[in-house]
Design a protein around this ligand. Structure first.
Ligand SMILES: C[S@@+](CC[C@H](N)C(=O)[O-])C[C@H]1O[C@@H](n2cnc3c(N)ncnc32)[C@H](O)[C@@H]1O
Length: 422
């Protein structure tokens, strides 16, 4: 204990381990060695010790919050949430635990509960600006953007240079079409941001507002946050009346007209997400692979049990590692996350066999070859797709207008493209 209090973990850890050899149920040693392991990144060991400590003292909010942190550090967010909730039920004044729970519930897409916990935390610590910013994030996810703006303006009234509030306020104004305010707050955020901060979404919104050139692709960290939140309810959300996402339906329609004999094609589902295209492609496949950057989305795909391989990686690297491996590549709602498609088409050319096909959906642009849309995704002009396809060694078999999805009842114009490797 003295070594621990002197912040000398290298000396304390082996001593606690010796204590546990002599007495495996020594609560202090289980708890403190567990927290030391967590600090030094030995997460499975930390989890096991804290679980043993919890068996001895199931009502300790401190063991529970440390265990929740260890779950979080391992990405086990659905295990962390109930543990944090239990800690809070035992000790309601653990404000940081309540904030973390609010954030976690948002990450899990449980927005009403997230709002409830963040409001409760804000009631206890109105002066902490990070609570209001997190509440605003949850409100924005609930599509209550005006309320989010009001919370953020109140924060900036008290903390005028709080960078995260400028970022969020700029993004919300951008989504609401308030251009001047969006630009002011995004520029201020970029000025104030620490060097290690992620400014990619701010630059993307500035590009959408025609203030900056469009980036190559949608930035990875907000992409991972978005799909982590959407994974559990993706399959039901895409069918919600007025907000249907039609990518898999278009792919299914194409499959039903495709002349290939059943069970003959080596297929890759790019950005396969939760695997909605998997069952549609399976009948054609001699082998079916899926690749996606988002692990929570892939976990849902795994449960569908129809892919021979699922890989958590970037689709470009995946294709580069598999030359001449596929007869068919499918991308439903995935190329909308890329501006310039030339690098991907290059990777596809190398990964397909002669005569191999690519079937994908895109948003249809209105004016420019590549546009950043209001949802910060990319749209492409048909003539741009034709040109990049030809330059990359593809012939267009079909390029047809379609509805990519509905947004609050409004059809979003899309394209279904089938191209063949020449
Ligand atoms: C709109 S969702 C579509 C999911 C699925 N294709 C469907 O139709 O339901 C886009 C998916 O593409 C994935 N994605 C985006 N960029 C990617 C990349 N560079 N590499 C791999 N996956 C990517 C995302 O993680 C997400 O799961």
């Amino acid at each position: 204990m003295a070594a621990h209090q002197a912040r000398d973990p290298a000396r304390a850890a082996p001593l606690f381990a010796q204590v546990l050899e002599a007495d495996p149920s020594c609560l202090d040693a289980l708890y403190l060695l567990g927290t030391l392991h967590a600090e030094s990144g030995k997460l499975p060991e930390a989890e096991s010790l804290l679980l043993q400590a919890l068996k001895i003292q199931p009502k300790s909010p401190y063991i529970l919050t440390n265990l929740a942190n260890v779950f979080l550090m391992q990405g086990k967010i659905d295990q962390a949430a109930p543990v944090l909730a239990r800690a809070l039920a035992l000790k309601p004044d653990l404000v940081e635990a309540e904030i973390n729970l609010g954030i976690l519930l948002r990450r899990l897409g449980r927005l009403a509960e997230s709002e409830q916990h963040l409001r409760s935390a804000l009631g206890k610590r109105r002066e902490w600006p990070q609570i209001a910013v997190n509440l605003a994030l949850t409100l924005a996810d609930l599509e209550r953007r005006d309320e989010a703006v009001a919370e953020l303006e109140a924060v900036l009234g008290r903390h005028p240079d709080y960078a995260p509030a400028h970022e969020m306020l700029g993004l919300q104004h951008g989504h609401l079409g308030h251009e001047a305010a969006a630009v002011t707050h995004l520029r201020r955020f970029i000025e104030l941001a620490r060097p290690e901060s992620d400014t990619s979404e701010a630059w993307l919104m500035l590009a959408k507002l025609s203030q900056e050139p469009a980036p190559q692709r949608y930035p990875v960290s907000p992409l991972l946050r978005n799909y982590e939140r959407k994974a559990a309810s993706w399959d039901t959300d895409v069918g919600r009346a007025g907000n249907e996402f039609l990518g898999p339906r278009h792919i299914g329609d194409w499959v039903s007209t495709c002349a290939a004999a059943p069970g003959t094609l080596s297929i890759v589902d790019l950005g396969c997400g939760t695997g909605l295209c998997g069952p549609l492609l399976k009948p054609l496949a001699s082998r079916l692979a899926g690749v996606d950057l988002s692990r929570p989305m892939l976990e849902q795909a795994l449960a569908k049990d129809c892919y021979d391989e699922l890989d958590c990686s970037d689709l470009s690297g995946f294709l580069q590692a598999r030359p001449a491996a596929f007869d068919l590549a499918v991308a439903s709602g995935v190329f909308i996350l890329f501006g310039d498609l030339a690098p991907i088409f290059g990777c596809l050319h190398a990964a397909l066999r002669g005569g191999g096909r690519v079937v994908f959906t895109a948003y249809r642009a209105e004016r420019d070859d590549v546009e950043v849309r209001h949802n910060l995704h990319f749209a492409h002009l048909p003539k741009y797709l034709r040109r990049v396809a030809a330059d990359s060694g593809f012939e267009i078999d079909a390029l047809t207008d379609c509805v990519h999805e509905f947004e609050q009842g409004v059809a979003q114009p899309g394209l279904l493209v089938v191209m063949r490797r020449t």
